[in-house]
Write a protein that binds this ligand. Structure first.
Ligand SMILES: CC(=O)N[C@H](C=O)[C@@H](O)[C@H](O)[C@H](O)COP(=O)(O)O
Length: 234
């Protein structure tokens, strides 16, 4: 088994990402988040854009799953491919130091295009690929096209995938049963016990983002609960 995959086995990857409209946006802050994640016991990181990845790489020695999100004011996140959409974006994060490149492998793009992109990355860059998918069928296809890891990242974020406010355990389980590749559980994990359930469903590793690195959402979760409590008696 590949040495990097061994390091990630049964481990926690912390996603450190903040868009321009988020209070923690900026590479310095993401690097600090990365250090905090390492102190807390993360075995890997997920980061977005070359500058953030470079800064996180400099600040820690943890392996990085790199992505490059491309979006503008016309982007519809349920319709468009935004996670590492092209070879050029993959190459940029590879040059920045990503150890694994994650890319959208949903059927929002044709299978042929996805297959070609995977082939080009595999043949020109010495890097592992994580397929961000939303359904079992997409996971099976991505595995056939030669990715190294399949991730549930986009379940709930394509129009045709299972919509849920919590993690998609069924998808983790089905992928683990049907695909002979490590499965990364990702998306809407907020509780340690949810994470354990993902491993019981067959996950190789787990990636958690918002519940650890988006303080505005962490605060909102508490504030929402408090509002609910405060309005009950009215
Ligand atoms: C759907 C999409 O674009 N997900 C992104 C992928 O990189 C990130 O915004 C998520 O934070 C990440 O997947 C981790 O998930 P969660 O934050 O739920 O733990």
């Amino acid at each position: 088994m590949n040495e990097l995959l061994n390091k990630l086995k049964n481990g926690l990857i912390v996603s450190c990402q903040a868009f321009e409209d988020e209070p923690l946006h900026g590479s310095d802050t993401m690097a600090k988040m990365a250090v905090a994640a390492k102190m807390g016991g993360a075995v890997g990181l997920r980061g977005c854009w070359p500058n953030d990845i470079k800064a996180m790489k400099k600040a820690t020695d943890l392996p990085i799953v790199g992505i490059y999100k491309v979006m503008d004011e016309n982007t519809d996140v349920s319709r468009d491919i935004i996670i590492t959409p092209t070879f050029e974006t993959a190459k940029e994060i590879y040059d920045a130091g990503a150890d694994i490149i994650a890319l959208d492998c949903t059927k929002r793009r044709s299978s042929l295009e996805t297959e070609k992109l995977i082939y080009k990355i595999k043949s020109e860059l010495d890097v592992m690929i994580m397929a961000d998918i939303s359904t079992l069928e997409e996971g099976i296809d991505a595995a056939k096209f030669g990715v190294d890891i399949v991730s549930t990242t986009l379940s709930g974020y394509t129009k045709y995938s299972t919509q849920s406010s919590g993690p998609d355990y069924d998808l983790v389980q089905q992928l683990a049963e049907k695909i002979d590749k490590p499965i990364n559980a990702e998306g809407r994990y907020w509780e340690p016990e949810q994470m354990i359930k993902a491993f019981e469903c067959g996950a190789w590793m787990i990636t958690i983002g918002s519940a650890i690195t988006r303080p505005q959402l962490i605060t909102k979760r508490f504030a929402d609960r408090l509002n609910e409590y405060n309005t009950k008696g009215e």
